[in-house]
Design a protein around this ligand. Structure first.
Ligand code: SF4
Length: 62
């Protein structure tokens, strides 16, 4: 499972990091940082929580 963050759509709401802080990190301005690699086992639901939390639909989990 992978997470893709569309930086051009991200508006820095930080809701992804609130919903799933173990997966989503923010830069100093509150914008989501790119996610590298695979979602660790057991965090699949958290990945979808972060995806749903983003009001800009900037997060894709596949
Ligand atoms: S919730 Fe969406 S818009 Fe907000 S920081 Fe996360 S990816 Fe960006």
């Amino acid at each position: 499972m992978k997470i893709t963050i569309d930086k051009s759509a991200c508006s820095g709401h930080a809701r992804c990091a609130v919903a799933a802080p173990e997966l989503f990190r923010l830069d100093d301005d509150g914008y989501a940082l790119p996610f590298d690699g695979e979602v660790p086992e057991g965090l699949e639901a958290a990945a979808h929580d972060g995806e749903r939390a983003c009001p800009e639909r900037a997060i894709t989990v596949e």
